[in-house]
Structures are given as structure tokens and as C-alpha cells.
Write a protein that binds this ligand. Structure first.
Ligand code: MOS
Length: 743
């Protein structure tokens, strides 16, 4: 055994000190010589044309260097490629300043570049624009007759369309003992990470740029800039070591990146463009979604018929989709299903993945429906889940690679004290508060894609690992260092993980909870390849080792040692000394195409919530919650717990706070600021507990990890809604839940 094993230990995040002391630099904080600042001007109309745009006065203002509009925009290579980045939905990518058409409110229509941010912003306020307005429509409910299925595209790989109908839903539903028929509505939500979207572009000479960008994927931004501006990939370097939250907001290259690069290349200067908080509401959002669910169950609670239809917003130019309706039958093995997902194009910017896209929307509706069935049959909601438990994903007919959900239910219930629940709504009071218990299931796919890494053993016996992957606050830096340390048999202090630089080996965008499963095995493979090289050097320089094979040795504490014979032991330093230079190895990891599709792969959770609702005021407090999670191997219990806690708080926020309100008369978001877009504060967050359930999985990847970035969000909102029903007897189907609905 390796006595310095680091995987499984609650290692504090390695960059934590840099972050809390302010030493960590974010994209908009890099200094550069004679830096110029760009401020984006947004359209004040929702749809139509720019008749004229007069920048002559602005250009005369002190400190203003240039004003870019569609009229003087430099010619760019553009991209007639359908997909400009790794996360583009099918359609036509929005191109800022392309022409005089306005397609959504707040659309970037100009960039004012000045010596300071304030001068640029003042210039932006003075720009004279005359529009010709056209009729527009932004109301989802008014356009349900325009719903259609989405075009398929690259994104379909990770977001498959709903499974085909199975059995005979209508007949099975008709013959069911219990029939539910419920409608749900979800509001628009915006990501709102603390760090604003920013790009600092350093002009390195002709057609060569170094870019500090807020992104979830350095190579994705590099690809976009190279494509759009016709630059060589090697001349575009994107660096993003610290990301102040993203949650999907950095999956696609954003307007400020385009603008900053355009200005830098044209002016041959260093340029920074940072969005302000209100502009963070034009980068994409979780789409408003309407859902209709009809479930049929027999008198014992067995669900036999599932109908789940979602209607979701998209823009007029891209078909954004999410997996909203694919989950119910993955969890509950009904024979008869009818699942549909349709989109409604409106005059808005394209929606964008937000933490647990689709899953948190769909499972909200599914798990409230389950609670309703339990209530009607007078079966405990937890018992109902166990009655409908399956080790097979019925929607695909595939067995789960692992599924410890049963233990999530049982151990979570025990930790929470679920047995104290009274099934009768309004039965528990505490002063003027109604107390309720609710639970829900969470599920999220365990995906992985292609990742690469390089491992280097230095002369002093320390190692450096490299990958272009970002760490968006999830703990990736720490977790990758742990994985490498164990593989190389080094203490964690002797391993450096260098990352978030597009010059490093390929990694996809950080997202979909697939980063540890994607880059982790690549790090492992690169370290193993390095070990093999070290072993070969050891053999080459030592005749007595000739009969020893790689499988006979272990790497521990900086030594290569025979597993059974302590005679054979050599330090890596010694090997390197004879080599006189560092040793490098690279490797990649990806799903095995022959076996990858054979099993269903998902992380699961069970969420238990207690709420207190003020009887007169309707105010809601989540007094405590427990989430039990089965997500394969947990590399770092501390960073993983933080991920689940963050997800739970997000779920609480979804249930009770977040909503971007669009005034359909103007086609404009009316609360695009932190004062009016509500998110939880400390006082809203009480006792939250996370329980990881052991789960072995040989199939997901060599590490056995499933990812923890999103599973924490999924079950929280429905568990809260179900607890509110238990407390008050009111079943609220829409999110967010408002206290006026409970008065
Ligand atoms: Mo996540 S919504 O894939 O950042």
C-alpha cells in the first residue's frame, strides 16, 4: 500500500490562500502597458434596425480613442462554420456588430474604447442611436402554438433528444388507479457569478495575442478567437487560472471577448473589456420552461404510465435545448411513456446552460408529481420511491454501472429523522410557524469526453502536471494534484498542477460535471506513462533489474520499489541524475468506444428538507436539509462537499428567490441587478448537511468518479416544494415559490 495516499483525503484547496488574500488575479485584473478600456453599448430596443449611429461627438470626448459600430467594424474572418465553439447549439452564432439588425434587447451594438473605464462608459452613454423598431414577441405562454422540436447538432451528443414513445401511454394512463395531471412553470434565471465577465487582451505584435479571459475552457476561447479573427491557433494564447464562479456563464465565449480582441487587433493596443452587472443579463440564461406531466400508477404505487412534455424558450437564431424530460423513466421503470421536448423561438438572446441545465427543471416537476401520488395513495414518499426502484434505466433498457440510490434514501432519511414526519399537511406547528418535511430524488448523468495531460519529472524529484483545463472554483487544481501525487507515489507537496492555459494539453470546457472524469484519467495515464519511462531508465542503468517487469514495482515516496523484494529500490532522483534532464510523458483518456454505451451512468441523490412557513405572512424558511449523494469515488471529501453545499444553496435559491422578470411590453429584463434579482444571503441558509454514500464503479472511468458539480442542485427545489405542501397543504407548481402564494 501507498502510505502517502492523497486521494480520498479532505485536502484544503491549494489556491485558497491566494483567493482569500486577494492575491489571485482574475481576467479583468491583469495590468498591461497603456491599457485601453472598452465599454459595450447595448441596444435599447428589442427588435428592428439601427437607422443611424452617430459617434462623432463621442470620438471628440477626452480620452476616447475609438468607437466601433457595425459601420466601421474591421473585417473579420467571421465564421461561416456552424459551430464557433464547443458549446454552440444548432443554428447561427450571434455575431456582434455584424450589421444593423437588432435581435434582442441589450444586444451589443457598439464598443467605446477609451483611456479609462469611466471615460469609455461616459462615451457609451453619449452615443446617439436612432432605431427603426419592429414588432417583437418575448412571451412564452403567448407563443405555445409556435412550439417545434429542435434541430439536432453537435450539442446533441451530450443532450440526446427524448427517448421514443414506449408501450401505449394513453391506454395505460386511462386504466390507472391514480392519474395525476399537473402543469409546471419555471422562470428565467441568470447565472450571476461574483466575477464579472472580462477579457484582457495583450497585443503581442502582428496577429499574436495573449488573452486573460473569464472562461470555463481556455482552448474553447482560443478556438473561437482563431476562427472568428482568422488567426493561427498558435498565435492565440488564452489563460484563465482563477474563475470567480461561472455555473455555465463561461461555457461559451462571450461578447466581451469578441469586442476586446477586435479592438486590440485594430488599434494594435492592449485592451480590456469588462461587462457590468446589468450586462451580465445579456450573456444567456436558464430558459423559462412550461411542463405538463401525467403519471398513472396502480393502487400499490407502481407507476406504469409517464407523460412528460416540456416547452422551453430559445432565441430566433439558435436552437438551445436541455434534457428536461429524459429523467423520469431513467428513475422510474414505467412500461408506457410519452416524452416530448419542444422549443419556442422568441426575440431574446439564446439561453445558455446553467448548473444542472434541464435536470433541475425536469426533476422539479417529476418529484412534485411523485409527492402528489404518494399523498393520494397515503404512501410515504420515500416508500413510493422504493416501490418504483430499479437498477435498470428503463428508458434505454441498460443496467446502471452503479446505483447506490437506495442507500441515499435510507441513510439520508436516517440522518434527517424522516420517521418523525407527519403525513398530514398542517399537522405540525411551532409558534406561528407551520413545519413541513419534504423529500425528492436527484439524478445527473456521469459523462466523460476526451482529455489530455502531460507529466514531467524534474531533476529534484518533484513533478509537474499540465493540462489546459480550468478550475471554475470547483477544486479541480487540488483534485488533479491529488490524483497525480498518488499515481507518481509522491507527497502532494512535491507535485505542481499547471493548468488553465490554452498552450497546455487539450481539455474540454469545464462543465457537465464531467471534468474530474475527463481530465482525471488523462492525468493518471500521463503519470503512468511517466512511471514507465522512469522504470525503463532504472532498468537500463541497472543490470540486476533486467528480469523485473513494470507490474512488479510500485512508486512510493519518490522511489521505485519491488512489490515483494525490498532489495530492489531506486530513487527517482537517482534515475534523473543519470539522465541529466527532466523526463516527460503525455497521454490522453477518453471513453472506450466499444463499451462506453453499454451501461447507463448517473450520479444520484436523495434530498430531505424541513421548512417553516409563517402562517400569517407566508414567509418560508428552509430550517434544515440533508442531501445524501452517490457519485462514485469521492477524490476530495472537502471540495466535493463544497460542491454539494453550493448546489443545495442554488436549489434553495431556485425554489424561493431567483427570477429574471421580462416585461413583455418592452422585451427587456427589468431586474438586471443584484438589488432586484434575488439570491440567498447568509440569513437564508441554515443547517445544510451532506452525506456521501460509498459507491464502487468499474465502468465510468479508471478513477470511478462521477462528478459532483451539478447533482447537488437537482433534488433541492422539489424537496422544498414538497415540504411546503406538507407544512401548508398548498401545492405550488411554479418556481420560484412566492410567499404571497401561501397567504
Ligand atoms: Mo455547467 S451548466 O456545464 O457549467
Amino acid at each position: 500500500m501507498n502510505n502517502i495516499q492523497s486521494v480520498g483525503k479532505a485536502v484544503s484547496r491549494l489556491e485558497g490562500h491566494l483567493k482569500v488574500t486577494g492575491a489571485a488575479k482574475y481576467a479583468g485584473e491583469y495590468d498591461a502597458q497603456d491599457l485601453l478600456y472598452g465599454y459595450i453599448v447595448g441596444s435599447t430596443i428589442t427588435k428592428g434596425r439601427i437607422k443611424s449611429i452617430d459617434s462623432s461627438e463621442v470620438k471628440k470626448m477626452e480620452g476616447v480613442v475609438e468607437v466601433f459600430t457595425h459601420e466601421n467594424k474591421p473585417s473579420t474572418a467571421w465564421f461561416d462554420l456552424q459551430y464557433a465553439d464547443m458549446d454552440s447549439p444548432p443554428g447561427t452564432v450571434f455575431k456582434p456588430l455584424k450589421d444593423n439588425n437588432v435581435k434582442f434587447n441589450g444586444q451589443p451594438i457598439a464598443l467605446v474604447v477609451a483611456e479609462t473605464f469611466e471615460m469609455a462608459r461616459l462615451g457609451a452613454q453619449k452615443l446617439k442611436v436612432i432605431y427603426e423598431e419592429e414588432k417583437f414577441s418575448t412571451d412564452l405562454r403567448e407563443n405555445v402554438d409556435k412550439a417545434r422540436t429542435a434541430k439536432k447538432g453537435f450539442a446533441t451528443m451530450l443532450k440526446p433528444p427524448p427517448p421514443k414513445p414506449a408501450g401505449d401511454f394513453e391506454k395505460a394512463y386511462e386504466n390507472s388507479f391514480i392519474k395525476t395531471d399537473l402543469q409546471f412553470a419555471h422562470s428565467t434565471e441568470h447565472h450571476n457569478p461574483m466575477e464579472l465577465c472580462a477579457s484582457t487582451v495583450i497585443y503581442e505584435g502582428k496577429d499574436k495575442l495573449t488573452i486573460y479571459d473569464k472562461t470555463q475552457g481556455t482552448i474553447n476561447s482560443q478556438l473561437y478567437v482563431a476562427n472568428v479573427f482568422g488567426l493561427k491557433m498558435k498565435n492565440v494564447q488564452v489563460i484563465s487560472p482563477f474563475v470567480g464562479g461561472a455555473f455555465g456563464a463561461g461555457l461559451r465565449p462571450l461578447h466581451q471577448l469578441f469586442m476586446a480582441v477586435m479592438a486590440s487587433l485594430t488599434l494594435k493596443r492592449n485592451v480590456r473589456v469588462t461587462l457590468d452587472r446589468s450586462q451580465m443579463y445579456i450573456i444567456g440564461h436558464r430558459p423559462p420552461t412550461l411542463q405538463h406531466l401525467k403519471f398513472g400508477a396502480d393502487s400499490a404505487g407502481k407507476i406504469n404510465a409517464i407523460y412528460h412534455k416540456a416547452l422551453a424558450e430559445t432565441s430566433r437564431f439558435e436552437d438551445y435545448v436541455e434534457n428536461v424530460v429524459n429523467w423520469a423513466n431513467m428513475l422510474y421503470p414505467a412500461e408506457n411513456t410519452l416524452l416530448k421536448h419542444e422549443i419556442i423561438p422568441l426575440d431574446v438572446y439564446s439561453p445558455l446552460d446553467m448548473r444542472a441545465p434541464g435536470g433541475s427543471t425536469g426533476m422539479h416537476a417529476v418529484e412534485i408529481t411523485m409527492d402528489e401520488i404518494a399523498y393520494q395513495l397515503n404512501i410515504d414518499p420515500l416508500e413510493l420511491r422504493l416501490i418504483n426502484y430499479s437498477d435498470i434505466d428503463k428508458s434505454s433498457g441498460r443496467e446502471f454501472s452503479s446505483k447506490e440510490l437506495r442507500n441515499c434514501y435510507l441513510r439520508g432519511a436516517e440522518k434527517f429523522g424522516w420517521e418523525k414526519r407527519n403525513p398530514v399537511p398542517r399537522s405540525i406547528k411551532k409558534g406561528n410557524k407551520l413545519v413541513g418535511y419534504g423529500m425528492a430524488t436527484g439524478i445527473w448523468e456521469a459523462n466523460r469526453i476526451l482529455g489530455r495531460a502531460e507529466a514531467i519529472m524534474n531533476l529534484d524529484g518533484t513533478a509537474e502536471i499540465k493540462s489546459a483545463v480550468t478550475d471554475i472554483g470547483t477544486g479541480t487544481l487540488t483534485v488533479m494534484t491529488q490524483i497525480a501525487a498518488d499515481e507518481l507515489g509522491l507527497p502532494i507537496e512535491n507535485v505542481t498542477f499547471s493548468y488553465a492555459d490554452s498552450k497546455m494539453p487539450f481539455a474540454p470546457i469545464q462543465g457537465g460535471s464531467f471534468t474530474t472524469a475527463t481530465v482525471g484519467p488523462a492525468v493518471q495515464n500521463a503519470c503512468r506513462a511517466l512511471n514507465k519511462k522512469l522504470f525503463k531508465k532504472a532498468k537500463d542503468s541497472n543490470a540486476s533489474w533486467s528480469n523485473i517487469r513494470f507490474n512488479d514495482v510500485i512508486f512510493q515516496n519518490g522511489f521505485i520499489m519491488h512489490k515483494h523484494d525490498p532489495e530492489f529500490k531506486i530513487s527517482t532522483k537517482e534515475i534523473l541524475a543519470s539522465n541529466a534532464k527532466s523526463i516527460k510523458a503525455s497521454s490522453s483518456a477518453m471513453p472506450n468506444p466499444l463499451t462506453a454505451g453499454k451501461k447507463a451512468k448517473a450520479a444520484h441523490s436523495a434530498v430531505f428538507v424541513e421548512v417553516e412557513v409563517d402562517e400569517e405572512l407566508g414567509t418560508i424558511e428552509v430550517s434544515r436539509a440533508v442531501t445524501a449523494v452517490a457519485a462514485g469515488k469521492i477524490i476530495n471529501p472537502k471540495t466535493a462537499e463544497s460542491q454539494i453545499l453550493g448546489g443545495m444553496i442554488w436549489g434553495l435559491s431556485k425554489a424561493l428567490h431567483e427570477e429574471t422578470i421580462l416585461d413583455h411590453r418592452y422585451g427587456k429584463y427589468m431586474n438586471a441587478n443584484f438589488a432586484e434579482y434575488h439570491i440567498p444571503v447568509h440569513a437564508d441558509v441554515n443547517d445544510l448537511q451532506v452525506l456521501f454514500i460509498d459507491e464502487e464503479d468499474q465502468d465510468v472511468n479508471s478513477l470511478g468518479v462521477k462528478g459532483v458539480g451539478e447533482i447537488g442542485v437537482v433534488g433541492m427545489a422539489p424537496a422544498i416544494a414538497n415540504a411546503i405542501f406538507n407544512a401548508t397543504g398548498k401545492r405550488i407548481h411554479d418556481l420560484p415559490i412566492r410567499f404571497e402564494q401561501l397567504i
